[in-house]
Structures are given as structure tokens and as C-alpha cells.
Design a protein around this ligand. Structure first.
Ligand code: ADP
Length: 329
């Protein structure tokens, strides 16, 4: 694979090098031909002039219309060669830039797909394995109530992790297919409460504080979409923060707009990555060394759902540390 990559690069460099050299040589050749043509025309003119005027007076010759015409032709030829060369260089540079950009895109896409496959395999395998283990233990052993409860709680945790994953995958597939959100009345505080309760099961040490008005009027939006937005933002805030670090979620309405704000005191997102995190399958760092589980689909889903509702999402640094996601619909 590496050899193939190297030889392909070498071949491309050789072809491009040959093109540049060949073009340079032809340009030089044309340039010389143009000069030769000028000299030949000039010689001819000199001979005719000498015959006509019984002698050669260069100052007089250079004043003639014929001489001026051949000088014009000569400089026009030069201009044409320079313009052709510049146009060729421009086309070559543009072509190389386009090829380089699409090759980079392909490489990124391939890397993201590989990351996605690695993470999805891990995401599916580990809860299934731990559910099997829990069920196996329940079947084979008589357990005290306390242990039984603990096994059930862990089983529920794994089942909810699988459910979130499957819902994300389904929604991501639907979003690819020109998804249109429904406009149904959604009780946002209830959605937030459910998401917090679900996360508290999966992350018992999560420290989530919700600031929601009690008289929050229903929001006209797509229920499954809004649930995905709230769940993904909250889950990320918990996942990418040290255990027990505070996470704040607040929602408000003004001038017909809904604002949802999720702030954490976690590891933060570097400025250069703030756009890329919304790309499908994009995750920070290397998959093999990554600690938190995930597929890189969450923020892609969030942004697409928000956009489909005509809204926008912003990501900023929190103070003193962490990240703030603000959704305005
Ligand atoms: P996932 O969480 O499944 O990896 P997301 O699309 O939700 O995928 O997030 C993409 C990446 O953005 C994550 O892998 C993580 O590195 C980064 N990220 C998202 N939210 C946060 C956050 N609140 N704090 C720090 N990093 C975050």
C-alpha cells in the first residue's frame, strides 16, 4: 500500500515535472523562433531598402511603416508567448489545487469512515457484551436483592446507550434524505428533564443543573429532532468533562425565538476545530487513543436538525474552562 502510494506520488511528480519542462522548452523555442523571424524580416527589409535608396541608413529605415509593422508583429508574438505561458501556469496551478483538494477530501473521508467503523463496532460491542454478562449472571445465580438491582441498573444503562446509538444512526440516515421536520408542540422542559434523567442513569456522577421556567409554552418543532439536539449536547457536555464537573442547561424564549444553552467546564474545543466538529464522523484526536465513547455523529445531527428548523448553533469557550453550545431556533 505504502509502495503503491509512493510510486503514485512519484509518477504524478514526474508527469507534472515533464509537463512543466516540456512547456518551458516549447515556450523558449517559440521565443527564439519569433526572434529569428524578426531578424529574417528585418534582413529582407534592409536588402530592399538598400536596393531602393542606394545605401543603408538605419535611422531612415526605422522610420518606415514596414519596419514599424515588423517590430509590432515581433512584440505581438512575444506578448502572445508570455500570455500563453501565464495562462498555462494558471491552468496547471488551478488543476493541481483542485486535484490536491479532492485527494485531501478523499483521505479525510476515508479516515473518518474508518474511525466511524472502529467506534461504532466498539459502541455496539461493549453494551451488548455487558448485557449478555448481566443476563447470564441473573440466569445462573441466586443473587441477593442488592446485587440484583445493581445488575438491572447496569443493564438499563447499556440498553439506553444502545437505544441512543440506534436513534442517532436512524436520524442521521433520515437527515441525509432531505429530512423535513414536523411542527408539533413539544414540551421542552420535559425533554430536558428526560434527557437529564437518562444521563444520570448512564453517568451517575453527572452534575447537571437545569434552569427552565415553569410556565414554558410548548415549542413548535420536531419532537425526535429536538430530543436528539438536547440529548447529544448534554451527553457531550458530560462526556467531555472531568467526572462530576458542573454542566448547566438553560432554555428561554424571546421575540418568537427559542434559545437553548448548554455549558460545561470540561476539556474545551480548540478554536481550529470549532467548525470541523459538526462534520459527520468527525472526532477530535485519534480513535485508537480516544477515551470517551462516541461515533462523531452527534453534533452533525444537532447542526442538521437545527438548520432544518431554520435556526443556528454557536460554539464558544466557557470561562474559566470548557465549552458553551448555544442553539437559537
Ligand atoms: P461523539 O461525541 O460521538 O464523538 P459528536 O459529533 O457529538 O461526536 O462530537 C464530535 C467531537 O467534538 C467529539 O468527539 C469531541 O471531541 C468534540 N466535542 C463535542 N462536544 C464537546 C464538548 N462539550 N466539550 C469538548 N469537546 C466536545
Amino acid at each position: 500500500m505504502k509502495i503503491k502510494k509512493i510510486s503514485l506520488r512519484l509518477l504524478t511528480t514526474l508527469v507534472i515535472g515533464y509537463m512543466i519542462l516540456a512547456f518551458g522548452w516549447w515556450s523558449y523555442h517559440l521565443w527564439c523562433q519569433n526572434d529569428l523571424l524578426f531578424e529574417a524580416r528585418n534582413d529582407l527589409l534592409e536588402a530592399r531598402f538598400t536596393r531602393k535608396n542606394q545605401g543603408l541608413n538605419l535611422t531612415q529605415l526605422h522610420e518606415t511603416a514596414e519596419y514599424k509593422a515588423i517590430v509590432r508583429q515581433w512584440s505581438k508574438g512575444r506578448r502572445m508567448i508570455v500570455a500563453e505561458a501565464l495562462f498555462f501556469i494558471f491552468c496547471l496551478a488551478f488543476g493541481l489545487w483542485v486535484i490536491h483538494r479532492s485527494a485531501n477530501r478523499e483521505v479525510t473521508l476515508a479516515r473518518q469512515r474508518r474511525n466511524f467503523l472502529l467506534s461504532i463496532t466498539h459502541e455496539l460491542k461493549s453494551p451488548i457484551a455487558s448485557l449478555r454478562l448481566a443476563l447470564d449472571t441473573l440466569c445462573k445465580h441466586e443473587l441477593p436483592r442488592e446485587k440484583l438491582e445493581m445488575l438491572c441498573r447496569n443493564g438499563l444503562k447499556d440498553a439506553s446507550r444502545l437505544q441512543t446509538l440506534v436513534e442517532d444512526l436512524l436520524l442521521a440516515a433520515r437527515l441525509e434524505d432531505n429530512w423535513r421536520p414536523l411542527a408539533e408542540p413539544v414540551d421542552l422542559p420535559a425533554v430536558v428533564r428526560d434527557a437529564v434523567a437518562g444521563l444520570q442513569i448512564r453517568f451517575p456522577k453527572a452534575n447537571i443543573r437545569a434552569e427552565l421556567a415553569t410556565d414554558f409554552a410548548p415549542v413548535l418543532a420536531d419532537r425526535s429532532g429536538l430530543v436528539a439536539v438536547v440529548q447529544n449536547l448534554l451527553e457531550n457536555a458530560v462526556k467531555y468533562s472531568p467526572e462530576g464537573a458542573p454542566v448547566e442547561v438553560a432554555a428561554s424564549r424571546s421575540n418568537g425565538h427559542l434559545t437553548l444553552r448548554v455549558a460545561d467546564q470540561g476539556y474545551g474545543i480548540p478554536d481550529v476545530e470549532k467548525q470541523a466538529i459538526f462534520e459527520k464522523f468527525y472526532r477530535l484526536g485519534n480513535e485508537e487513543t480516544r477515551q470517551a465513547t462516541g461515533t462523531g455523529l452527534g453534533l452533525y445531527i444537532v447542526q442538521q436538525v437545527v438548520k432544518a428548523h431554520g435556526g443556528n448553533i454557536q460554539v464558544q469557550n466557557n470561562k474559566p474552562a470548557g465549552t458553551v453550545f448555544t442553539v437559537i431556533i
